[in-house]
Design a protein around this ligand. Structure first.
Ligand code: GDP
Ligand code: IMO
Ligand code: MG
Length: 435
C-alpha cells in the first residue's frame, strides 16, 4: 500500500511542487486533495518553468495519472487556462488527468465575496487572501444551500440553481459590501459561461474516489500533493490567518477519500528559512534589511499573486509542531542555497511569552503575535552550493545546519534542495521515497 504525502510545514510555498515532480517518477498516481487556485506550485525542468494551480505537479512526467479529488475547490476558467497552457507547450495528458465530479465550483460571486470582505480586519489585521474565492466557496460547501459541485453542472436544473443562488447572493453581497457596492452578477451570462466550461472539462470529469479506492487495493503507488502549508491549516494553523481547508497532513484523508491507514510515508517540506504571504503572526519575521536580503536571494514573490513574501529565520518551534501534527516521517529541506551568502544564520529554538520560555505554538493569534523568538546563531558557510550534487560535498557549515534542524525537529532529513531545477536535489541513501 505505498502512499506517500508531501506536506508543507510552514506557511506555504516550501517548494512542494518541485518535490512532487521529482517523486512522481516513483509513483503511478498523483493526487491534489485540498485548496484550489490559491496554490501556485512551480516546477522547473531545464529552461522550462511551469506554474500549476489546480493540476497536480505530477503532470509533467509521462505515465503518472493525476487526480483532482473532492476536497479541492475548482475554478473552471483557471483550470482550463492551465490545461490549455500545458497543451500549448506540448504536454499530452488527456488520459492522465481526472477531475472529481464532487469538487466544489468557484463562481464569480465567490470572487466578489472574497474581494468585498478582504479589507475588513479580523483580529486586528487583514487576512490578505489570494482573492481566488477560496473561503467563500468552502463556506458554501459547508453551508450546502448555495453550493454547486462539478457534477451539478451537467444536470438539467443547473440554470435554475444558478438563478436561485444569484438572487440570494445579490442580497448577501449588498449586506456585505455596504455603500462601496459590488460588481453585478448576470445569472444568464454565468450559466452560459459555465456550461461552456463544463463542456470543455467533460473529458476529464470522473469518479476519482472509486478510482483511488481501486488503486489502493491494487497496490498502486500513490503520491498525495498538499497545497498551502500546515500553519495555514483551518483547524490547527494560526487561525484566523489561515486558509479554508486542512492543509496539514490531517487533511489528506477527508480531501482524497483515502483512509490514513493506507498512507505509509509523510514527507514534510520546509524552506531553510521562513516566509509568509498575507497577514497574521510570524514570530521570526525580519522586518529589516536582512528580511529584504533573504527576499531577494530567494526571489520570494508569490507564484499566484506576485505579492512580496514576508521573510524570516527558520522557526523550529512552529515546524516541530506541524511535523507532529502532520505525522511526518522525514524532512525535505529546500532553498539551502539561499542562505549561502549569509555570514550568520539564526534558528528560533523556543519562544518567550510574558517572560516565560515556551516550546509550543499558542492557539490564539494575539498570543502568537506577542511571543519573542529565542534564537541560536549558527556560523554561515558563505560558499555557493547550487552546483553540489552529493550531500557529503556540502560545506561542513551547511551540513551542520541541516543536522541542527534535524535534531530540533527530531526527524531525519531525507531530501536537500540547492536550487529550483530537478537536478539540484539530493537524497539521503537510507530513506525510501516511494520505491
Ligand atoms: P510551492 O507552492 O510549495 O510549490 O512553492 P512555490 O512554487 O510557490 O515556491 C517555491 C519557489 O522556489 C519556486 O519559484 C521554485 O522554483 C523555487 N525553488 C524550489 N526549490 C528551490 C531551491 O532549492 N532553491 C531556490 N533558490 N529556489 C527553489
Ligand atoms: P501554495 O500551495 C502561500 C495564504 C494567503 C492568505 C491565506 C488565506 O502555493 O503553498 P486564501 O486565498 O487561501 O483564502 O488565503 O493563505 N495562502 C498561501 N500562502 N502559499 C499558498 O499556496 C497559499 N494559499 C493561500 O496568502 O494569507
Ligand atoms: Mg506556492
Amino acid at each position: 500500500m505505498p502512499g506517500t504525502c508531501v506536506i508543507g510545514l510552514q506557511w506555504g510555498d516550501e517548494a512542494k511542487g518541485k518535490l512532487v515532480d521529482i517523486l512522481t517518477a516513483n509513483h503511478d498516481i498523483v493526487v491534489r486533495y485540498q485548496g484550489g487556485a490559491n496554490a501556485g506550485h512551480t516546477v522547473v525542468i531545464g529552461a522550462e518553468t511551469y506554474k500549476l494551480h489546480h493540476i497536480p505537479s505530477g503532470i509533467l512526467n509521462d505515465g503518472a495519472v493525476n487526480l483532482v479529488c473532492p476536497g479541492v475547490v475548482l475554478n473552471p476558467p483557471t483550470i482550463l487556462q492551465e490545461i490549455h497552457g500545458l497543451q500549448d507547450r506540448g504536454i499530452v495528458f488527456t488520459d492522465r488527468l481526472m477531475i472529481s465530479d464532487r469538487t466544489h465550483v468557484v463562481f464569480p460571486w465567490h470572487l466578489e465575496e472574497d474581494r468585498v470582505l478582504n479589507d475588513r480586519p479580523v483580529n486586528g489585521e487583514n487576512i490578505g487572501t489570494t482573492l481566488r474565492g477560496i473561503g467563500p466557496c468552502y463556506r458554501d460547501k459547508v453551508g450546502r444551500s448555495f453550493a454547486v459541485r462539478l457534477g451539478d453542472m451537467y444536470r438539467p436544473d443547473f440554470a435554475e440553481k444558478v438563478q436561485r443562488i444569484v438572487e440570494a447572493k445579490e442580497r448577501i453581497l449588498t449586506g456585505f459590501a455596504g455603500p462601496d457596492g459590488f460588481s453585478p452578477l448576470n445569472a444568464d451570462q454565468i450559466v452560459q459561461d459555465y456550461q461552456g466550461y463544463a463542456e470543455e472539462l467533460k473529458p476529464y470529469v470522473a469518479d476519482t474516489t472509486s478510482y483511488l479506492l481501486d488503486a489502493v487495493e491494487q497496490d498502486r503507488r500513490i503520491l498525495y500533493e498538499g497545497a498551502q502549508g500546515a500553519l495555514l491549516d483551518l483547524d490547527h494553523g494560526t487561525y484566523p490567518f489561515v486558509t479554508s481547508s486542512n492543509s496539514s497532513g490531517v487533511g489528506v484523508s477527508p480531501g482524497s477519500g483515502i483512509a490514513g491507514r493506507w498512507i505509509n510515508c509523510v514527507l514534510g517540506v520546509v524552506k531553510s528559512y521562513s516566509t509568509r504571504v498575507g497577514g497574521g503572526p510570524f514570530p521570526t519575521e525580519l522586518d529589516d534589511a536582512m528580511g529584504d536580503r533573504i527576499r531577494e536571494l530567494g526571489n520570494e514573490y508569490g507564484t499566484t499573486t506576485g505579492r512580496p513574501r514576508r521573510c524570516g529565520w527558520f522557526d523550529a518551534v512552529a515546524v516541530r509542531y506541524t511535523t507532529r501534527l502532520s505525522g511526518v516521517d522525514a524532512l525535505s529541506v529546500m532553498m539551502l542555497d539561499v542562505l549561502s551568502q549569509l555570514p550568520e544564520i539564526k534558528i528560533c529554538v523556543a519562544y518567550e511569552l510574558d517572560g516565560e520560555r515556551i516550546d509550543y505554538v499558542p492557539s490564539h493569534s494575539d498570543d502568537l503575535r506577542r511571543v519573542q523568538p529565542v534564537y541560536e546563531t549558527i556560523q554561515g558557510w558563505e560558499q555557493d552550493v547550487t552546483g553540489i550534487r552529493a550531500l557529503e560535498d556540502l560545506p561542513a557549515g551547511a551540513r551542520g545546519y541541516l543536522d541542527r534542524v534535524s535534531e530540533l525537529i527530531q526527524r531525519p532529513v531525507a531530501v536537500v534542495s540547492v536550487g529550483p531545477d530537478r537536478e539540484q536535489t539530493m537524497f539521503t541513501p537510507e530513506f525510501p521515497l516511494g520505491d
